[in-house]
Design a protein around this ligand. Sequence first.
Ligand code: NAD
Ligand code: TYD
Length: 345
Amino acid sequence: MGKNILVTGGAGFIGSNFIRYILSKYPDYKICNFDLLTYAGNLENLKDVEDNPNYKFIKGDIRDEKLVDDIISQEKIDLIVHFAAESHVDRSILNPDDFITTNVIGTHNLLKSALKNGNIRFHHISTDEVFGSLSPKDPAFNENTSYDPRSPYSASKAASDHLVRAYYHTFNLPATISNCSNNYGPFQFPEKVIPLFITNLLEGKKVPLYGDGMNVRDWLYVEDHAKAIDVIIHKGKIGETYCIGGNSEKTNKELTYKILALTGKGEEMIEFVKDRPGHDRRYAMDTTKIKNELGWQPEVSFEEGLKKTVEWYKNNESWWKNVKSGEYQKYYEANYGNKIVKNIS
Ligand code: NAD
Ligand code: TYD
């Protein structure tokens, strides 16, 4: 049977890749993309699906409790996949307020409305950053690792995860959570390290490497994340958490050298800059549970994914140039104006 899915934050990086994946895989599913279009939301990410009759976009804020409730009831939603969040650690250090309101209160509004409108199936997208920071020899995070968030971003995501669990345990809301490692791929906003470094190098600018460059992240190609969410919403066990990762740990230095090679630049383009305050040293994910229980594992190797990503940024210069110049924010006004667009047929 077809599903009627509310995707929050679908104009962002992972949400837009997820929407494209689901619309092409399930022709009988309908998607309502609910997004505030903050600096990180960009409807150009979804230009190729905007005429799909199974897709509609609604501009709005998950912090607006009444609007959230109206949309969930009017659209007859039967599944919520919740991506919307403030997502960049550096911004959370400069100005944490929106992280608390969007990530915590916004999530709570969605949970309340899911419960009120018939106990709607809820999948919450979260991050490995809620688990804190690993030393080089520590075992990878898994579903039983204690929470130990250390930035305003990860603390706000941890709070939202706790609320989702509370709604499952206390009110029986049919919810699942996934905690994923760092994503990369097409349409990622060039404030995150991979697209920032690629686009800087394509523009002939240096790349700012924080601290000693030895912090480690576990990289996952974004389409593999979309596939993991697909298996969880279809086969995941209610009340469970699933850790998702790329089994691909890299130091930032290694990553930078690979990007330099793919863009044909030399190490003189690296600029070591002051470290991020509270910079988590290492993240790594143990993905045994989702592999054994749901049969998911990453399909794209880091080498292949990074190559595809660099190619994408080379071939889509107008996309990232518009983003870097701020032009992209005019797309919505020019194409839609301030109104709800399209009815699901
Ligand atoms: P993103 O910053 O690219 O996109 C976030 C989207 O949410 C944007 O379209 C933005 O307009 C929207 N949004 C923000 N505040 C909103 C609000 N108040 N109401 C409605 N919409 C709002 O983020 P992303 O990288 O695509 O991440 C998506 C989700 O995945 C987030 O929950 C993030 O915590 C999680 N996550 C991201 C990564 C990663 O590597 N990027 C890894 C693991 C988990
Ligand atoms: P980022 O893409 O911000 O993701 P997160 O902090 O959520 O993991 O950063 C990834 C890594 O790259 C992190 O260790 C910080 C580092 N980094 C830099 O060295 N320079 C930069 O300009 C940025 C944005 C990040």
